[in-house]
Design a protein around this ligand. Structure first.
Ligand code: UGA
Length: 469
């Protein structure tokens, strides 16, 4: 099939590369020359493990990249994968979607039936908006010359290729019979893993031989749009929930890792997304929960559980700052080393990360901050120019002459640090591991004052009423 993916960001570049691997003639289209030049030079416009390799291999064979909207004329399928950032009121800003729709309309082929698919996370009803913009720009008619579909993307940054080639489900929202057939044909190779063995070198970084075949789920457009928001908000609730349990475990002397293990054995709960952190963040959960809350308020249908998850998440950021403050007595004049600025490992994405909130609170309380991240430092620095942070080029430098080291993101390279070399350089031996990934007993033996979240047994005596009823 002839596919165009508009947008070369975290969704568009991965989707484009994946369809090219699966044998479709795929063109990634972006108005940003720099990103397109990078792709044409065989390089990935984002940091995502394995993506460089695919772009280098397929560029010019089944993968193409351009800034020229003329390619729409030949397309059977057009994915819209542009950004939908939050506006100040929390609602999604659809300006890039509108621009893309208008440009599609101007270049649509009247003699070809084209399916236009929203892959970006867009508010319920956006497919209708896109259809009307295309109609106006093209003079053509929806469901006659072109059809709309919603195909939300569920990939996680850092694991994008595994998620895109081995998804749990493909959700397709469309109400038009011809476009249903086009979508089924488009996904046939992925659903049936056609040629996966022959392409095993492409999948080596992502291969999941145990993954069950994906479920192909057809539904109406609005439900498909809603599935994306409802899924992300649910996962945000799940992480807020385990983080709250971690705070209670810490007070009562229970161990959250044990608790999460025990909970996860119940298949109704599942073991994923029960990992403690200083709070969820990133380019998706904050934006999507904000949009859902703004929309629910607009239609007087308030989502109190989602609102609680957002509030609880802010409390988790504050909790981490309070914990450091309690340990160091005061933050004034204290040097703090931060390991990890991205919202999770294996991505350079530093948009809306917990690090920015926590670092700001630490600075406001009088601390001086040194920070490191293997791939996210540049973007973090750009987005947080107002934060007075000393950026250093190695994890070890972060630990020099500090009163505390705080691990926020569990990059592999931080798990390999030789901590015995670190301790002598620190002003005091406090190490806070907000992901509970370091070896507690080993670090304590070395002399660190190690703390995780929800695992340091409180010596609080649990009080019971002795005289029962
Ligand atoms: C999320 C969803 O997981 C994807 O399915 C979705 O496609 C994507 O948003 C999107 O809307 O584009 P992503 O934001 O890349 O993916 O990252 P996640 O792996 O979901 O992590 C989100 C945040 O939750 C991170 O800050 C992460 O550290 C935190 N988290 C996650 C935890 O604190 N604990 C966990 O157990 C899992």
């Amino acid at each position: 099939m002839n596919i165009v993916c508009i947008g070369s960001g975290y969704v568009g570049s991965v989707t484009g590369a994946a369809f090219a691997v699966l044998g479709h003639h795929t063109t990634v289209l972006d108005i940003d020359h720099n990103k397109i030049d990078l792709m044409n030079a065989g390089k990935s416009p984002i940091y995502e493990p394995g993506l460089d390799h695919l772009i280098a291999k397929y560029m010019g064979r089944t993968l193409f990249a351009t800034t020229d909207y003329q390619v729409i004329y030949q397309a059977e399928v057009v994915f819209i994968g542009v950004g939908t950032p939050s506006k100040a009121d929390g609602t999604a800003d659809l300006k890039f979607i509108r621009l893309a729709a208008e440009s599609i309309g101007k270049h649509l082929n009247p003699n070809k039936f084209t399916v236009i698919i929203n892959k970006s996370t867009v508010p319920v009803g956006t497919a209708d908006l896109v259809a009307s913009i295309i109609e106006e720009a093209s003079g053509l008619q929806v469901n006659k010359h072109f059809a709309m579909a919603s195909n939300p993307e569920f990939l996680r940054e850092g694991y994008a290729l595994e998620d895109v080639f081995f998804p749990d489900r493909i959700v397709i929202g469309t109400e038009h019979e011809r476009s249903k057939k086009v979508m089924q044909a488009l996904y046939f190779n992925l659903l049936n893993r056609v040629n996966y063995d022959e392409k095993s070198s492409d999948f080596k970084f992502a291969y999941n031989s145990h993954a069950a075949l994906p479920t192909y789920y057809e539904t109406d457009i609005k439900s498909a749009e809603m599935i994306k928001y409802a899924s992300n908000a649910f996962l945000a609730v799940k992480v807020s929930y385990i983080n709250e349990m971690a705070r209670l475990c810490e007070t009562l002397g229970a161990n959250i890792t044990e608790v999460a293990n025990g909970m996860g054995m119940d298949s109704r709960i599942g073991s994923k997304f029960l990992q403690v952190s200083s709070g969820w963040s990133g380019s998706c959960f904050p934006k999507d929960t904000a949009e859902l809350l703004a929309t629910s308020q607009k239609y007087s249908c308030e989502l109190t559980v989602v609102q609680a998850a957002v509030d609880s998440n802010q409390q988790m950021h504050d909790y981490v700052v309070d914990k450091i403050k309690r340990k160091l007595k005061t933050l004034t004049g204290k040097n703090i080393g931060i390991l990890g600025l991205t919202f999770k490992p294996n991505t350079d994405d530093a948009r809306k990360t917990q690090a920015s909130v926590i670092i700001k609170e630490l600075i406001d309380a009088g601390a001086r901050i040194k920070a490191h991240d293997p791939h996210g430092m540049e973007m973090f620095q750009q987005l947080n120019a107002a934060l007075d942070v000393q950026y250093v080029t190695s994890a070890i430098e972060v630990t020099n002459n500090v009163d505390a080291v705080v691990l926020l993101t569990h990059w592999d390279e931080y798990l390999l640090i030789d901590w015995s070399q670190v301790l002598p350089n620190m002003r005091s031996p406090y190490l806070l591991d907000t992901r509970n990934v370091l070896k507690q007993s080993h670090l304590q033996k070395l002399g660190f004052d190690y703390e995780g979240l929800g695992i340091n047994s409180s010596k609080n005596k649990i009080e019971f009423e002795v005289k029962g009823a």
